[in-house]
Design a binder for this molecule. Structure first.
Ligand SMILES: C[S@@+](CC[C@H](N)C(=O)[O-])C[C@H]1O[C@@H](n2cnc3c(N)ncnc32)[C@H](O)[C@@H]1O
Length: 242
């Protein structure tokens, strides 16, 4: 288990107990990633596995998952979720940084769901993360992840306002279009955290993926595989170049 260079308490540790209730309505991506996992045959590496929202359904479909996350608390919830689903033998959870994941295995599929790559602040850090994903892949292995770039309407509707996303769980978005940073605050009772999400445009992601050694097979605009047409959501399906 690698623990070096990790802060003692990550921003997600503070909200681990409310992460699942907070993201309860986010279900549209689960089937997409489970299908990718089944097509690969596994094992699958999930970078930034969180509480196992995606990893546990993949394991329930019979595919082994190695999940990496920098938050011990989030991993604790993932462990509990795997236990209650009866799939602990298929879910291997490791504490570590997705830019330098503690994984020596090579796999046919790496995934990084739910915008987690946007936690990488700079282009250099994003490129480091993409290269780390590339290293984990077998020849012609695949990498799938999703990110977003906000629309003007989304910024105008949400900027600086506390919104009740789920009962008793509030979310506030502070957008900085200059630095292209969303400061997202989540609060429930005494629990509060704020983290940054640093977005890029689709052409910028395509350039970074090329630099990291990926061919992009598809860029979808949603998990139903419709083509990307400048919407907020971007779902990349890539193959490692030889
Ligand atoms: C939005 S959650 C996504 C969790 C899960 N993949 C899902 O789809 O629900 C982002 C996750 O990224 C993790 N994370 C943030 N920075 C990280 C890093 N540098 N290395 C590993 N995990 C990181 C957080 O701890 C958190 O669990």
């Amino acid at each position: 288990m690698t623990t070096c260079n990790l802060p003692l308490l990550t921003l997600y540790d503070r909200i681990a107990s409310i992460y699942d209730p907070w993201s309860r309505s986010v279900t549209e991506d689960v089937g997409f990633y489970v299908e990718q996992a089944l097509a690969s045959g596994g094992p699958v590496v999930e970078l930034a596995v969180g509480t196992g929202r995606i990893a546990v359904p993949i394991a329930q479909a019979g595919v082994r998952v190695i999940g990496v996350d920098s938050s011990p608390e989030m991993l604790g919830f993932a462990r509990a979720a795997a236990e209650s689903a009866g799939v602990t033998d298929l879910v291997d959870l490791r504490l570590g940084d997705l830019r330098d994941p503690p994984i020596s295995e090579r796999v046919p599929l790496v995934i990084c769901p739910f915008r987690s790559l946007l936690h990488m602040e700079t282009e250099d850090e994003k490129l480091r993360a993409l290269r780390a994903a590339r290293v984990l892949l077998e020849p012609e292995g695949r990498f799938a992840f999703d990110v977003f770039s906000p629309s003007r309407e989304d910024i105008e509707e949400t900027h600086g306002r506390w919104l009740e996303r789920e009962a008793g769980i509030f979310e506030r978005a502070d957008w900085d279009e200059g630095t292209r940073t969303l400061s997202l605050s989540v609060r429930s009772g005494d629990v509060i955290t704020t983290f940054g999400l640093h977005w890029l445009s689709a052409p910028e992601w395509l350039r970074l993926l090329d630099e990291a050694g990926f061919a992009v097979d598809a860029l979808y605009g949603w998990f139903d595989r419709r083509s990307y047409d400048g919407e907020e959501d971007m779902i990349f399906a890539c193959t490692a170049r030889g």
